[in-house]
Design a protein around this ligand. Structure first.
Ligand code: PMP
Length: 426
């Protein structure tokens, strides 16, 4: 009998990569656990790429989805949609953006695509500033602002993109500087760049780079950038697809680590809000959101079923203070991982905040990325009953840990012990 893996390979693109030498089929989940088709149970520290935000099979979300599906699955944006308006109201308030308007899409890519459409139309410029080592999605416009070779399959672009320093603290030409000097150097570089170029439409940045390996600048960098951008009317787009909804513990949005600047002009979100149902979206102040002079719709964006899921999921998150849980449990977990990392010559850095933690692996005694070690630890963790992710720059050498935000202290401890054993086995 042909295996599911063989059937997968026969009908899907080669570039649709699967994790593990022997990929697994997940058949069900509950809380922070998932089961594969062979009945093996795993602790889930990746949540389907930071998307199962609260928990697997959260009864509140399941109930909201099934009740809405039983009433009406689809109506389109041509008709009034109560669950959509309700979620938009909540997100507008939470965003911190004054006079905010919300547009729903079905993915993070499409959210960023919309942000780029808005910014370029508003500013009448197709020049975009993006960060080196960034990832913003898979569409033609999103890959053209992706500063990560591994995820840029084409150099053709509808945009003129300039890549800015600062998203990666511990590598690159400014790594040796203090935080304050690092920020100053990046700001000086940005000013210099802007002095040589046309008027840019916007800067787009992930407050913590996700696919790039959970790297971030010192707190305050984007506030400092904001001052320079504001002098020229350049918009700031914060891509909160991974950093939103309290995952970082200290803040509800990643941009709040740069709060001196106030909120961004445009904020994009996706992943966690739907807990696995396909919700993405853009928030912008009315003046920017309303600048388009033609119609625009997303047939599936704001679908009643996904909006019902989003409302139930967000209510659960807020009522149970999962941001606080991410801060508390994430704080314990990073301490434990730092102690484990200090014992392993392959660990260069343990970083991140809240429940968004990265372990960067190198060839011992060097600064050279070690993607083979990352792949080996991923396999060993799976053998031990733990699912984690990987990412990072040009070489995929960073282990990514991003469990559902309901993670308990006991589960954090269990996962850390499995990672410890997997690193020892290297
Ligand atoms: N922005 C960021 C920061 C992301 O991490 C991702 C997905 N990894 C995207 C955008 C694209 O989202 P999607 O895959 O839903 O299109």
């Amino acid at each position: 009998m042909t295996s599911l893996f063989d059937r997968h390979k026969a009908v899907t693109p080669e570039w649709l990569a699967l994790y593990y030498g022997e990929p697994i089929e997940l058949t069900h989940g509950e809380g922070r656990h998932v089961w594969d088709a062979e009945g093996r149970k795993y602790l889930d520290f990746f949540g389907g790429i930071l998307t199962t935000m609260t928990a697997h099979a959260l009864p509140e979300v399941t109930k909201a989805v099934s009740e809405q599906a039983g009433r009406l699955i689809h109506s389109s944006t041509l008709y009034l949609n109560r669950p959509m308006v309700e979620l938009a109201e909540r997100i507008a308030t939470l965003s911190g953006i004054p006079d905010a308007r919300v547009f729903f899409t079905t993915s993070g890519t499409e959210a960023n695509d919309t942000a780029l459409l808005l910014a370029t139309a508003y500013r009448r410029s197709n020049q975009i500033l993006a960060m080196r080592n960034s990832y913003h999605g898979r569409s033609f416009s999103a890959v053209s602002i992706t500063g990560n070779r591994a995820w840029s399959p084409t150099s053709l672009s509808p945009l003129q993109t300039l890549y800015v320093h600062g998203g990666v603290r511990s590598r690159g030409p400014y790594a040796h500087l203090s935080d304050a000097q690092f920020i100053e150097a990046c700001v000086t570089d940005l000013r210099d760049l802007l002095g040589h170029t046309r008027e840019a439409a916007a800067l787009i940045a992930e407050p913590i780079q996700g696919v790039g390996g959970f790297t971030s600048p010192p707190d305050g960098l984007y506030a400092a950038f904001r001052e320079v951008l504001a002098e020229r009317g350049i918009l700031w787009i914060s891509d909160e697809v991974q950093t939103g909804w309290g995952r970082t513990g200290d803040h509800f949005w990643g941009w709040q680590a740069h709060a001196a600047s106030g909120p961004p002009d445009v904020l994009t979100f996706a992943k966690g809000i739907g807990n696995g149902t396909s919700i993405g979206g853009v928030v912008a102040r009315a003046e920017v959101m309303n600048c388009l002079d033609a119609n625009s719709i997303s047939t599936f964006g704001g679908s009643p079923v996904t909006m019902a899921a989003g409302n139930a999921n967000l209510a659960y998150l807020l009522e149970h203070d999962l941001q606080g849980n991410a801060r508390r449990v994430g704080g314990l977990l990073i301490e434990r991982l730092r102690a484990i990392g200090a014992q392993s010559p392959a660990v260069r850095e343990v970083r991140g905040r809240g429940l968004m933690l990265g372990i960067e692996l190198v060839k011992p005694g060097t600064d050279e990325a070690d993607p083979q070690a990352a792949a080996a630890v991923l396999e060993a963790a799976r053998e031990g009953g733990l699912l984690i992710g990987k990412g990072g720059g040009h070489d995929t050498s960073v282990l990514r840990i991003a469990p559902p935000l309901t993670l308990t202290v006991a589960e954090a401890e269990e996962g850390a012990s499995i990672i410890e054993r997997a690193l020892r086995a290297l």
